[in-house]
Design a binder for this molecule. Structure first.
Ligand code: PGA
Length: 252
């Protein structure tokens, strides 16, 4: 079997937090830590912050991205933001399919699939989030849910496009709850996701996909998660809002 060395990608998801000035001072503080870690560091910021955050991060290793986009290139869609607008504002990546968007904004796998295609078309590296709810977890439906989410949200995505995609396994019951998945649970789910991808695109392309874990990642549990063979990175919500905790996580 070939041994694939995948990069470690640690991304902060700021959700609907921070103003421009708060973001800029955070990034200035993070730059020295980002230059010392072997991990690729990204921050998914609110739309309004993108240009200033991209400017603050421009001579550093920190990547700036967005948390959502509209799948269309342009059009009469009041209040929406396209992939092209995101790259224009300085984003190099975007998150799609976060469970908060699925749950609160009724996004389906079909919609996420369109967003993924729109994002890749605009040249954005795309983090696709999947994960089961507590109920599905308790009913033993984890693999069924993950398989369906991968199959439907990646419909029509080519092996070439897959190179610009990161998968994030975020069990819904672990997000913002302080109930982190154990490293064993995360590893088992990540391995399963890789097998599903291998069936779709072949073993070698699947081995190259970075799979992040997300859900109550903190400085004190990040290392044990990253030690797992198929946990290649972290998607960090709450703990990415404080420079102290996020800098500790990226130093691991
Ligand atoms: P959390 O959020 O780290 O606060 O649990 C993770 C996420 O929503 O991506």
């Amino acid at each position: 079997m070939s041994v694939t060395v995948r990069p470690t990608v640690i991304t902060g998801n700021w959700k609907m937090y921070k103003t421009i000035s708060e973001a800029v001072s955070f990034i200035e503080g993070l730059i020295p830590f980002a230059s010392k870690t072997h991990a690729e560091v990204g921050l998914a910021v609110p739309f309004t912050i993108l240009p200033s955050a991209a400017k603050a991060a421009q001579n550093s290793l920190i990547k700036v991205g967005a948390q959502n986009l509209n799948a269309e290139k342009e059009g009469a869609f009041t209040g929406e933001i396209s992939g092209r607008m995101l790259t224009d504002a300085g984003a190099s990546f975007v998150i799609v399919g976060h469970s908060e968007r699925r749950r609160l904004f009724h996004e389906t796998d079909a919609m996420i699939n369109k967003k993924l295609k729109g994002a890749l078309h605009a040249g954005l590296r795309t983090i696709v989030c999947i994960g089961e709810t507590l109920e599905e977890h308790q009913q033993g439906k984890v693999q069924t849910v993950l398989q369906k989410q991968i199959e439907q949200s990646f419909e029509g995505i080519t092996e070439e496009q897959l190179k610009n995609v990161i998968l994030a396994y975020e069990p819904v019951w672990a997000i913002g709850t302080n109930q982190t998945a154990t490293p064993e649970i995360a590893q088992k789910a990540h391995r399963f996701c890789r097998e599903v991808m291998a069936r779709k695109w072949g073993e070698i392309p699947a081995e190259k996909v970075v799979i992040q874990y997300g859900g109550s990642v903190k400085a004190d549990n990040a290392a044990s998660l990253l030690e797992q063979a198929d946990v290649d990175g972290l998607l960090v919500g709450g703990a990415s809002l404080s420079l102290d905790s996020f800098s500790k996580i990226i130093r691991l």
